[in-house]
Design a protein around this ligand. Structure first.
Ligand code: AMP
Ligand code: GLY
Length: 426
């Protein structure tokens, strides 16, 4: 089978890399891809991501058997609906179910309706009642813009004043435009955050192994939020004692599946639950409708099953026939980012040491923001590489990943030194 992957980040490199290993896979394409993806996939030019018709025509012409969508933007715009209408197999939910990621209000209402554990909340369109609610509840409290706001829409406020100011900026000053037409205000939950991703089709839900992202730019979770500075998998917090695996399967995914059935929502793809484990309860902070980045880079190297067959089975509503096999051990992905990220940063810095890094055992370097310039690999984005290693345990995986980070350099390179350290304390 031939497979097309849509996207250009580290997540898509990991998807292409894993898909290409499958026995069932003859060739992989990626639109638009990056410098690392170029080595294992064809990157057809002149096909803009928002031209679904042109991409569908290409898929038919090349006899591509499955299209896999990485990022949320094409899903929210209806790419999967378009492909399904054209009779083409695609992995990823349609526009309507993608609202679970595109609208926090929609996600919260679904969770409340179907009994999925989530922080107590209220929804507001106007700043006066929202401010009154904040004063009644007190701080800390979390203010969230309803729509997609480039990862900046959720504000954890330490004081009432900060929360009231956030509401004013979102609802009155419209700092996020239409994405901030409504806000969700919710209780601030203490605890440990984990990511649980599940494959979902019409009848079946298959959770993947657990992972943990590191969202802040600096060590010890300091500094501003980023797209994710590293991840590891699995998370040892999911012990038998806490019974979290079962709780997440039944109370999060099971209840959402019931909700989909009841509401007539046909969800097909990855349902990603961002979870705060607080007092042994898995509270859902948010849903995404796609693979996580960088969680995917830490999850897929542990998968021992032909990924293309799994994703095709999901696209064809045959997940019930799939049993996933996982390797033993732990995988760690350390993100190397451009200096200045998540604020302004420079591009086109030459990346050195990739060949030395590639020779190491149990290591894979996933490219994110990279490009080819005059035959050299240069930086082209905020998150540049995901230096990924498998080890016997977290200590072994961390040591392999960080040894490899030492091979690599580019002007301004920054990375967190504590990816996976939390796993040692659970
Ligand atoms: P979200 O976009 O909803 O996942 O929120 C972004 C980040 O804000 C999360 O990864 C958490 O670190 C934090 N956060 C969101 N909601 C809450 C909450 N109710 N309590 C504590 N932290 C939260
Ligand atoms: N790692 C966070 C995300 O993919 O949204």
């Amino acid at each position: 089978m031939k497979v097309l992957v849509i996207g250009s980040g580290g997540r898509e490199h990991a998807l292409v890399w894993k898909i290409a290993q499958g026995k069932s896979v003859e060739k992989v394409y990626c639109i638009p891809g990056n410098a690392g993806i170029s080595r294992i996939a064809d990157r057809p030019f002149g096909l803009p991501l928002d031209d679904f018709k042109a991409i569908a025509d290409f898929v038919r012409k090349e006899k591509i058997g499955l299209t896999v969508v990485g990022p949320e933007a094409p899903l929210v715009k209806g790419m999967a609906d378009f492909f399904r209408k054209e009779g083409l197999a695609i992995f990823g939910p349609g526009k309507e179910p993608s609202r679970l990621e595109g609208s926090k209000v929609f996600a919260k209402i679904m969770m409340e309706e179907y009994g999925v554990p989530t922080a107590p909340f209220e929804i507001f369109k106007e700043s006066k009642p929202a401010s009154d609610y904040i004063k009644k509840k007190g701080a800390p409290i979390v203010v969230k813009a309803d729509g997609l706001a480039a990862g900046k829409g959720a504000i954890v406020c330490k004081t009432e004043d900060e929360a009231i100011d956030s509401v004013r900026r979102i609802l009155d000053e419209k700092i996020f435009g239409d994405a901030g037409a409504r806000v969700v205000i919710e209780e601030c939950l203490p605890g440990e955050e984990i990511s649980m991703l599940a494959l979902v089709d019409r009848d079946t839900c298959v959770p993947l192994i657990s992972s943990q992202d590191h969202k802040r730019i600096f060590d010890d979770d300091k500094g501003p939020n980023t797209g994710g500075m590293g991840a590891y998998s699995p998370v040892p917090l999911l012990t038998e004692e806490l019974d979290l695996d079962r709780k997440i399967r039944e109370e999060v995914f099971g209840r959402m599946m019931r909700g989909f059935k009841k509401e007539g929502i046909s969800f097909n793809g990855i349902l990603y639950a961002g979870i705060m484990v607080s007092g042994g309860v898995p509270y859902v902070l948010e849903f995404n409708v796609r693979f996580g980045d960088p969680e995917t880079q830490a999850i897929l190297p542990l998968l021992d099953t032909d990924l293309a067959q799994v994703l095709l089975a999901c696209a064809n509503n045959q997940l019930n026939k799939i049993k996933l096999k996982w390797k033993k051990g732990t995988c760690v992905c350390v993100v190397a980012a451009s200096g200045g990220y998540p604020n302004a940063y420079e591009k086109e810095k030459e990346i050195k040491g990739l060949d030395a890094a590639a020779k190491r055992k149990d290591v894979v370097i996933f490219h994110a923001g990279t490009a080819l310039k005059d035959g050299k690999v240069v930086t082209a984005g905020g998150r540049v590489l995901g230096v990924t290693a498998i080890g016997r345990d977290i200590t072994d995986a961390r040591s392999k990943a960080y040894e490899t980070v030492k091979d690599i350099s580019f002007d301004g390179m920054q990375f967190r030194r504590d990816i996976g350290v939390k796993a040692l304390k659970y």
